[in-house]
Design a protein around this ligand. Structure first.
Ligand SMILES: Nc1ncnc2c1ncn2[C@@H]1O[C@H](COP(=O)(O)OP(=O)(O)OP(=O)(O)O)[C@@H](O)[C@H]1O
Length: 311
């Protein structure tokens, strides 16, 4: 265990940060409604949801950037708006403006100086894959390289709790895998990590737990495997002469989509669906039935939520 933190048996450590019945409105928009979430040491919590679901608002409350209208946010047992509590966190936001003229290593030196026990700068550079470009001015970096600098600034202080908002957008495959590896290493060293991402493959690869938000509410909070099992359990794909509306009208169909000429249906009772589909289409072809990955589960759960909340 590094960083001098005391290990707790899994599931028993007090949360590093939490939302307790938290709500936030922007005028008529309820960005978050009665949200309960916590994140513990040694886990990656992925906060998932469609655009506008409330992910950034949840991160804003947990990091003290915005205040809750109802309920509360906690950081290390205190108020996240307290600057002392915030010293224990590292944050990588979606958009960050940094002085263009400073060089990569200078940025990291400067940020490290804000923390009580920062990592050696050379180690931060190495972890973020920046060693070769440490002397380059920030303005001379590509978008992906600038994103890696922002990641370096979030981890340079050895934070007990790290917030990373879409950390791998714009990164090439190798850099993305590098960030995943560092996040896993920090988690294994005992840090808590809150990750938001639209790459569900990324959440599947990294998350110990997933919070799925829709319309500002928690739709599901579970392990990735648990989320998958809550969703419709099977995906059926086939080429069909029926149009999408005809397939969507099948009683068993939870959600339907057309991709490259293949119709995809999420359902709980594939046998019943198939009997109906085969009876309706004598030319059904290229049939494929399989379990859901996290992306399929996300689509299925959010589609059921949207149907349930339609006026
Ligand atoms: N400063 C603001 N003023 C007004 N409305 C806001 C503000 N910030 C967020 N909202 C609204 O609150 C809701 C939740 O927004 P939020 O940014 O938390 O969603 P998100 O899940 O992070 O979305 P995305 O995936 O697009 O980043 C949205 O309807 C958004 O338009």
């Amino acid at each position: 265990m590094s960083n001098g933190r005391v290990p707790f048996p899994a599931g028993t450590s007090p949360p590093l940060a939490a939302l307790r019945g938290a709500g936030k409105r922007y005028g008529a928009v309820a960005a978050l409604v009665d949200v309960d979430v916590d994140v513990r040491a040694g886990e990656v919590l992925a906060v998932l949801g469609a655009n506008g679901a409330g992910k950034s608002t949840a991160l804003g409350l947990l990091t003290g950037r915005i205040g809750a209208d109802s309920g509360r946010a906690e950081l290390f047992g205190g108020d996240p708006r307290n600057a002392v509590a915030r010293r224990g966190i590292g944050v990588m936001l979606q958009e960050t403006r940094l002085p263009d003229t400073l060089r990569v290593a200078e940025h990291i030196h400067l940020f490290s100086s804000y923390y009580a026990d920062p990592r050696p700068v050379a180690q931060t550079l190495e972890l973020a894959g920046l060693t070769e470009i440490a002397k380059r001015p920030y303005a001379a970096l590509s978008g992906g390289q600038q994103r890696r600098v922002q990641f370096a600034l979030a981890i340079c202080g050895r934070p007990a709790l790290l917030f990373v908002d879409e950390p791998t957008v714009g990164l090439d495959v190798e850099a993305r895998r590098g960030v995943w590896q560092v996040l896993r290493q920090l988690r294994d060293d005992g840090a808590g990590i809150v990750l938001t991402t639209h790459y569900l493959e990324e959440a599947d690869a990294l998350a110990d737990r997933v919070v799925l938000l829709a319309g500002g509410r928690v739709l599901a909070q579970d392990t990735a495997a648990g989320i998958k099992s809550r969703a419709a359990s099977v995906q059926v794909r086939a080429r069909t002469t029926l149009d999408l509306a005809q397939v969507a009208a099948f009683a068993e169909a939870e959600s339907v989509a057309l991709e490259d000429g293949v119709t995809r249906v999420h359902c709980r009772r594939p046998e019943a669906l198939l009997r109906r589909w085969l009876a309706a289409d004598a030319h059904l072809a290229d049939l494929d039935v399989r379990g859901l990955n996290l992306e399929d589960a996300f689509v299925s759960l959010t589609a059921s939520h949207a149907r349930a909340t339609q006026p």
